[in-house]
Design a protein around this ligand. Structure first.
Ligand SMILES: Cc1cc2nc3c(=O)[nH]c(=O)nc-3n(C[C@H](O)[C@H](O)[C@H](O)COP(=O)(O)OP(=O)(O)OC[C@H]3O[C@@H](n4cnc5c(N)ncnc54)[C@H](O)[C@@H]3O)c2cc1C
Ligand code: FES
Length: 249
């Protein structure tokens, strides 16, 4: 679909965990799991849009879940229900799930603010008839876990709830395995998961400018046969095969 910027209404914007917010938007556009939208801030001093993943799309409602990490997301958290904001139509390619068959099993591996895009993916896989389990890791305070329509294995770095440790240690300790794997989280986690499970699909993040292929601000290195090529995370990704990503730079 051609990329457009639309003005949409905020239906809800609330804090769901420490520095984590959930925003629901009236958004009548199709969105696939793993795609993201560019959110434009109303304060014109902040020109660059903030890319945020599709967390859930139900009917004409798009839910985004975002961490407040800087000035842009702080401003986003100040917007109230009923306010209007400019948001792009869905961007990026999303997860590769078309070929997956009913009856297969899938494991979703998420860390912290990388968990939101796995929720829409989980719903899509369950609807396709896959047996899905999610392994979700948090520093301290979990969020969204009750929204996953599948068995959830929980890990926290500080051992406050669930397994004491990271998601990969939890997978190894429980001996979890499946026909396919999907992961989203910080780079160190995705690198470790990809080394252990080379066939994992990973959704990666880079600092972005335009968000739709025009500025080259988001390039990453990807192995293709014997060559290393530069790909745009916003247009060619954000989902790649873990085995193809060049992690060390
Ligand atoms: C494809 C994609 C999907 C994303 N989905 C989500 C999501 O669903 N929920 C969510 O909370 N965040 C998501 N992000 C990250 C989000 O875009 C940034 O956190 C946000 O733009 C920060 O804006 P800011 O003005 O608040 O912070 P800034 O002041 O711009 O930066 C604050 C801190 O965040 C870091 N940061 C900023 N942008 C990124 C980035 N793109 N990747 C990694 N670190 C960054 C900066 O290095 C800095 O340390 C996504 C990013 C991409 C590229
Ligand atoms: S963000 Fe501009 S090309 Fe990707």
């Amino acid at each position: 679909m051609e990329k457009k910027i639309e003005t949409v209404k905020i239906l809800e914007n609330k804090c769901i965990a420490e520095d984590v917010w959930k925003m629901a938007l009236a958004y009548p556009f199709d969105a696939k799991p793993g795609q993201f939208v560019n959110v434009y801030l109303n304060n014109k001093d902040k020109l660059l849009p903030r890319p945020i993943s599709v967390c859930r799309k139900e009917g004409d409602i798009l839910t985004l879940v975002y961490g407040v990490v800087g000035k842009g997301t702080e401003e986003l958290s100040s917007y109230e229900k009923g306010c209007k904001i400019r948001v792009s139509t869905p961007l990026g390619k999303g997860f590769y799930i078309d070929q997956l068959e009913s009856g297969k099993s899938a494991i979703l591996i998420g860390g912290g603010i990388g968990i939101p895009p796995l929720l829409e993916l989980c719903h899509a896989l369950v609807e396709k008839g896959l047996k899905v389990e999610a392994v979700l890791g948090f520093r301290k305070q979990p969020f969204l876990i009750d929204d996953f329509p599948c068995k959830v294995h929980l890990a926290t770095d500080e051992g406050t709830v669930g397994f004491h440790g990271n998601v990969l240690d939890l997978i190894k300790t429980k001996g979890l395995n499946s026909d396919c794997y999907f992961a989203c989280g910080h780079k160190a986690m995705l690198k470790a998961v990809s080394e252990y499970l080379p066939d994992v699909q990973v959704s990666i993040e880079e600092r972005m400018g335009c968000g739709y292929g025009a500025c080259l601000g988001c390039v990453c290195k990807i192995k293709e046969t014997d060559e290393i090529t530069r790909k745009k995370v916003c247009q060619d990704g954000p989902v790649f095969w873990g085995r193809d990503v060049v992690w060390d730079e």
